[in-house]
Design a protein around this ligand. Structure first.
Ligand code: COI
Length: 409
């Protein structure tokens, strides 16, 4: 889709800026494409804007009484979504300089960005990311899950990384706007979700080690299905005994980009041996569970569900926190504490949680050459129960008594 314009968010409304040179002549209204999904793309006040299209050959638009809707179709096999980037229509970009105030956020056509080779993020890893999902409800509307939690986590991470951050309101408005602009990429209900990836980076130039003089907040999105190639089948983890993900006093507790680069080596070795991913131990005792490369971990023993406590080396997952509340609501005793590798090996069930992985059952753990299996090669009862409860909330299939979902249209 070739529109060649950008949108600015002002007072919660989107306005066109600046007019695209390739469009001229009469004016009309444009809205996000009505996709071939028949998933109820709706006109939303956040996204009304006018653009001049009469001389355009690029814009495939049809005029109606009050709007122009593109005839662009979303040619995607919704039944085959994995967790890979599908380029979508728009991304959101907002900048701030040394005053620390983010302003003039705008939607842009999704595509490459320009960065100074000396940017803080490229040279010294001054960057954070977030992840959240938008789900299509059966009536065609879209739900976000706890977006303000991601906003607050980005603010916390930014403080650790000496970066300014967008306010919660700016973050949530930007997420809403980006999702609505990419409405046609939100999978049909039950076929997956739209993964939303906010980034915060030191985009200004530095040479000596110092915080960057300018920052960019960017959001892009991609339709996704299951994170692990196993789908919803149980994954096989290996406990890593040599490499560590985080150390006390480090940045393991925030979602900085470097935490993810540093686990690639162990993950690559594990995958070459046929494991799905790596489970890390604490760097001090090499005995207590920390987390998997991309998600938190839980062990189940009888009615007790335990997960490593948040102590600076473990990411405070939003799915982790939500599952703890859901499990408590279902009568489980939930404990946040040091969980030893011995307890893991003696557990009834083990599962992982994360935005990308949702609730992923663990089928086996291998530690120092010893393999322990869980759930008789199937999905454990508790994992299944919690997965169903959480996804029903996220997809709007269950009553949201906790006010966790945000309806977009
Ligand atoms: C997420 O679950 O959203 C994450 O950020 C993990 C990432 C490695 C996909």
């Amino acid at each position: 889709m070739e529109y060649g314009f950008s949108l600015q968010l002002r007072s919660n409304r989107a306005i066109l800026a600046p007019p695209c040179p390739s469009f001229s002549g009469r004016k009309c209204l444009l809205f996000p494409a009505k996709s071939s999904l028949k998933t109820g793309s709706q006109i939303h006040p956040l996204l009304s804007f006018s653009v001049d299209i009469s001389n355009s050959t690029a814009c495939k638009a049809v005029r109606s009484a009050t709007s122009v809707e593109t005839t662009e179709v979303t040619e995607l096999n919704w039944d085959n979504l994995g967790f890979g980037l599908v380029p979508t229509d728009y991304m959101y970009v907002m900048k701030c300089s040394s005053d620390g105030i983010f302003t003039n956020g705008e939607l842009k056509k999704f595509g490459p960005i320009e960065l100074n080779p000396s940017a803080g993020v490229l040279n010294y890893g001054q960057g954070l990311f977030e992840g959240l999902k938008a789900y299509r409800k059966a009536d065609g509307s879209i739900l976000l899950f706890r977006p303000e939690e991601n906003a607050m986590r980005m603010i916390d991470g930014a403080a650790r990384m000496c970066m300014p951050a967008p306010t919660v309101e700016q973050f949530v408005d930007a997420v809403k706007m980006t999702v609505l602009a990419n409405n046609r990429w939100v999978p049909p209900t039950g076929k997956g979700s739209l993964y939303v990836r906010p980034l915060l980076m030191g985009s200004g130039p530095v040479l000596g080690l110092a915080p960057a003089p300018e920052y960019t907040f960017l959001i892009f999105v991609s339709p996704v299905g299951n994170y692990f190639k196993e789908g919803l089948s149980p994954i096989n983890l290996i406990v890593e005994n040599e490499y560590h993900r985080a150390t006390p006093g480090g940045t393991g507790g925030v979602k900085t980009i470097g935490n993810y680069a540093s686990v690639l080596k162990a993950q690559k070795i594990a995958k070459e041996k046929g494991y799905s991913d790596v489970l890390y131990l604490d760097a001090v005792h090499k005995r207590y569970l920390e987390e998997v490369s991309s998600c938190n971990i839980f062990v189940v023993k009888g009615n007790v569900i335990s997960t490593p406590e948040i102590k600076g080396t473990i990411l405070p997952g939003i799915t982790r926190k939500s599952i703890m509340d859901v499990a408590q609501g279902q009568g489980f005793q939930v404990e946040e504490r040091a969980v030893s590798v011995e307890e893991l090996l003696n557990a009834d069930e083990v599962f992982c949680t994360g935005t990308a992985v949702v609730v992923s059952p663990v089928g086996s753990i291998t530690y120092l050459g010893k393999r322990v299996e869980y759930g008789n090669s199937g999905v454990g009862v508790v994992s299944q129960q919690l997965y169903s409860a959480l996804t029903s909330l996220q997809m709007g299939l269950a009553e949201d008594h906790l006010g966790w979902t945000v309806q977009l249209n």
